[in-house]
Ligand binder design. Sequence first.
Ligand code: FAD
Length: 461
Amino acid sequence: MEITTALTADILVIGFGKGGKTAARVLADAGRRVVLIEQSANMYGGTCPNVGCVPTKMLVHYATTKRLQDDAQQFFAQSVAGVRALTSAFRAGNFEALNGKDTATVITGTARFLDPHTVAVGEGRDLITVTAPTILVNTGSEPVIPPIPGLADSSHLVSSTELTQTQNLPERLVVLGGGYLGLEFAGIYRHFGTEVTVLEAADRLLPREDEDIAEAVQEILTGDGIRIITGAKVTEVRDNGAVSTAVYDKDGRTHTVEASALLPATGRRPVTDGLHLDAAGVHTAPNGAIVVDEYLRSSQPHIYALGDVNGGEQFTYISLDDARIVLDQLLGEGKRITGDRRAVPHTLFITPPLATVGLTESQARAQGLNITVAREKVADIVAMPRAYTVEETRGVMKFIVDSDTDLILGAALLSIDAQEIINTVALAMRHHITATQLRDSIYTHPSSTEALNEVFDKVLP
Ligand SMILES: Cc1cc2nc3c(=O)[nH]c(=O)nc-3n(C[C@H](O)[C@H](O)[C@H](O)COP(=O)(O)OP(=O)(O)OC[C@H]3O[C@@H](n4cnc5c(N)ncnc54)[C@H](O)[C@@H]3O)c2cc1C
């Protein structure tokens, strides 16, 4: 084997995701020689700023500003152009923030292990090897295409990435799966003017949420014109020229729906296939995830896995917290663990968003806890005029409070600004701030946080 370039580093990072780039930056600033390998020049910064959170949330924003008189196709093309401008600026910023450091180098190419300490990029005369005592794997996840006959070969199959980059607004979008990604795309494209159908195999949307919350979400989405079919098992996809037909069973009968774009949103799996982890002696789970301990060490203790690739929750802020754990191992006291995480909030960016944290009412009841439920429709919360000032009064806020301790056990906020309020609630949960203290706190006006002044008031002594 002819080796053109053989590099050594203190730290080698594979993949430019949130966890990898954060750790790389901190380690480079601490004087470590860092090499980061990213397979695509279009992915500096990783999934989130290029094809994930940032473009989708920008499209959520653009879509809800569309006016009736706007030409749907033209408005969509302009919106996508706006997204491209922002993502390319973020991409360049991410590259420069790391590669601009004296102690860091970014290599563009696909990495594969040769042995537990050496990784290769390229072939033949272009082969580069990097050897390091510590390696961070941060290769992310990729969409799973469910094994439905005709789906993988359909010319109307689209990925979430393609949908955020196409210039052509699809006329009829069929989303397979009513999870986070599926519902976000359904909301975005419906607001742009697409006819949207969501086919969900489960009997209801969001089976992990309380039934009343899932119903409120479904009511808002269907109110916006999204067709949601639950209990729908897709059995086949047939291409017929300009459209595809998705065939599904529901209630023992066969139905069809036509699509000009078909988006599978049934989950993402860790990207480990091309890494040759066997050569490094790194163990993986059946779904391809790198098996890690609570310090994020793989079966080779000098190789860490951060972000989606370790099979944990697939969110940018989890990948970021993974970086905190690994940095604590490499620069700190080595105490931080994944088990430290408490009250981790989530947001589904529909309009208005649904943000949740902690236990649902049904989970708390199943645990036999003595609970008080505070629940109020956003439109009825007098202390929160913000909803009226921005003309978005749909939704409901629900809090589960431990009646014995007054501590908050969980919340489901389907409301304008829910993605912000939930962080205050989660912080309160982590730091044992009671429901009464949240109720009696001073908040700015008019803000959505003011709802806390009122919603608890109805149920607390
Ligand atoms: C459409 C969409 C919307 C989302 N919205 C949100 C949201 O609103 N909020 C949120 O918190 N999360 C959201 N997520 C999830 C979030 O984007 C991911 O959880 C997060 O980006 C994962 O980051 P990561 O650190 O695991 O790696 P990633 O950011 O996925 O980066 C992995 C990188 O590794 C590279 N790579 C892979 N294999 C190799 C190899 N062999 N060699 C070199 N490089 C390689 C890839 O090209 C990629 O750049 C969304 C995801 C999607 C798809």
